[in-house]
Every structure is written in structure tokens, then in C-alpha cells.
Design a protein. Structure first.
Length: 311
């Protein structure tokens, strides 16, 4: 057996024995990076229009990934990956465009918690795409998590008033549930890093087309150091690093469980927003935090014990 064959066999065995708890930790780290992205995207959009910002974010991430992981990516760029690329790229673009435009009119923490509604939708998206019925524990955890999102989304702690930005963010949750499910399917068939690359490439092209056609041209204000720092975080941390960790995690954690883990991004987002943006945390937000943590524990701990028992 040649050296390349030995390396391939080793990587295959490593992939099959990838520690589930490490995969969950990667998903949690992904959630933390995404949580910080709400605040920095809000800041960056004071200088850069939404689609230009997202186009730069996607294209920058693609270039970095190609430089770092070309040995993973180039061999995977075959006709078989075209349909997966279009599916995950289009759904990712839909997720990001609705979330980013919605974020222009609502606070970062509110955006994060409304987006987290995808956790209750993912088991149903998985049912539609993969014909895998959601388990009762996933449904219960999803309902609890959605209740937590509802409490955090209460405006002034008393009523839920949904603006256009809120509805766009809710649309983000719907689209993302399908993106998450499709990634769970395709990252088992193809190299997760290659899937991440083609997803970014398709979304980046769509964003750049939208930016050129509908938004003002770049200007000198984009080069201000704080703006550049925000953009670098968005494509190096919240886009490239986070998405790679998400896609590797999804190859080893069921999508319905992964969605609950990653919905903790809203906890990180509102914490960062309260500390650095001045977003006020109400009593209803605290109740929502408790409910979301309960959903995370119900989704993660109980299925893990069952899987250990079966093995």
C-alpha cells in the first residue's frame, strides 16, 4: 500500500472514530464565533452596505480556505459536487441575506434570538429532506427552546412587536433549518472543507451580483481600521473557521441535536451586545436564557447517554 493510500485509510478510520464530544465542542465554539458576528456586522454595516459586506466576507473566506486547504478542496471539485454546491450555497445565501438586511433595523441580541427559532424547525426540515422522523425528545427540546426565544423576543418585557426586520430574521430561521439539514447530508458524502468552500463560493457570487446591481459603490470609509477589523473577524472567524467547525461537527452529530447546540449563539450574541452595544437585558430575557439552556441539556445529554447504552 502506497503512502497516499495509507494516509487515506488513516483519515477514513479517524473520521469514523471522531469523538462525538469533540464534535459538540466544535459546534459550541462555532456558536460563540457566530454570536460575536451580530455585533460586529451591526458595526460594519454603519460603513458598508449589507450585500457588499457579505460578498467580501464570502470571497475573503474562499481565498483563505483555498490557500490553506487546497489539497482538500481541489480534488473534490468534480461534477458530483455541483448540485450540493448549488443547494447549500443558495440556502446559505438566503439565510445570510435575510439576516443581514434584517439586522440593519433590530438590535444584535434580538436578531440572534429570533434566528435561534431554527432549532425547532430543523427536525421538520430533516423529516422533509431525509425522511427521518423527529424523536419526541427533539420535539420537546425544540418547543422549550422556542418558548425561550419567545421570552427573549418580548419587546420591553411585555409584548412581542414584529417589524419588517423581525420577519426577515424569522425567514432566516426557516431557510437555515434546511441549510443545516442539507449540510448534514452532504458532509457525509463529501469532504466537509470542500462543501464549505463551494457553499461560500456560490453565496459570494450571489452577494456580489446583488451588491453591484443594487448598492452604492465602495468608498474610502470602508478602509477605517475599526471597519477593517470587523470585516476580518467576520470572514476569518465567524465565516471560515466557524463554518468549517460546523460542517465537521454536522458529519458526526445529528442535525436536530446540532441545531440545539448551535442555538446557544443567541446567548453569546446577547451577552456581547449587552456588554459592548448597550442592549438592555430584561427579566423576560433571563427567563428565555433558562429555557434555552434546559433545551440544550435535554437535547445533548439525554441522546448521548442513549447512544452510549446502545454501543
Amino acid at each position: 500500500m502506497g503512502l497516499s493510500a495509507r494516509i487515506g485509510a488513516l483519515r477514513s478510520r479517524w473520521s469514523r472514530s471522531f469523538p462525538p464530544n469533540l464534535a459538540r465542542l466544535m459546534l459550541l465554539s462555532c456558536a460563540a464565533l457566530w454570536g460575536g458576528s451580530y455585533l460586529l456586522a451591526k458595526f460594519a454595516m454603519e460603513a458598508i452596505p449589507p450585500q457588499w459586506l457579505m460578498g467580501l466576507r464570502m470571497i475573503g473566506a474562499c481565498l483563505c480556505m483555498l490557500a490553506l486547504f487546497h489539497r482538500h478542496i481541489i480534488p473534490s471539485l468534480k461534477p458530483a459536487i455541483i448540485v450540493p454546491a448549488l443547494v447549500v450555497g443558495l440556502t446559505y445565501w438566503g439565510t445570510m441575506v435575510t439576516q443581514t438586511i434584517g439586522l440593519k433595523t433590530i438590535d444584535p441580541g434580538r436578531s440572534a434570538f429570533l434566528t435561534a427559532a431554527y432549532c425547532v424547525l430543523t427536525p421538520f426540515a430533516t423529516w422533509i429532506v431525509s425522511k427521518v422522523r423527529p424523536k419526541a425528545v427533539n420535539l420537546v427540546a425544540g418547543v422549550i427552546c422556542l418558548a425561550g426565544v419567545a421570552f427573549v423576543s418580548l419587546k420591553n418585557g411585555t409584548s412581542l412587536s414584529l417589524s419588517v426586520g423581525d420577519w426577515l430574521t424569522i425567514a432566516t430561521a426557516v431557510i437555515f433549518s434546511f441549510n443545516l439539514t442539507c449540510l448534514g447530508v452532504y458532509t457525509k458524502r463529501f469532504d466537509p472543507i470542500a462543501v464549505t468552500f463551494v457553499q461560500f463560493a456560490v453565496a459570494g457570487v450571489l452577494f456580489m451580483i446583488g451588491a453591484v446591481c443594487t448598492e452604492p459603490a465602495p468608498n474610502a470609509g470602508w478602509l477605517a481600521p475599526p471597519v477593517l477589523a470587523s470585516v476580518l473577524y467576520l470572514f476569518l472567524g465567524a465565516t471560515m473557521s466557524a463554518q468549517i467547525m460546523q460542517n465537521i461537527g454536522l458529519a458526526h452529530v445529528p442535525p436536530s441535536q446540532a441545531s440545539i447546540i448551535m442555538c446557544t449563539e443567541s446567548l453569546f450574541a446577547v451577552s456581547f451586545s449587552a456588554l459592548f452595544w448597550g442592549e438592555r437585558i430584561t427579566w423576560s430575557s433571563l427567563v428565555g436564557f433558562a429555557l434555552i439552556f434546559a433545551a440544550v441539556l435535554l437535547s445533548v445529554i439525554k441522546p448521548t447517554r442513549h447512544s452510549l447504552h446502545r454501543n
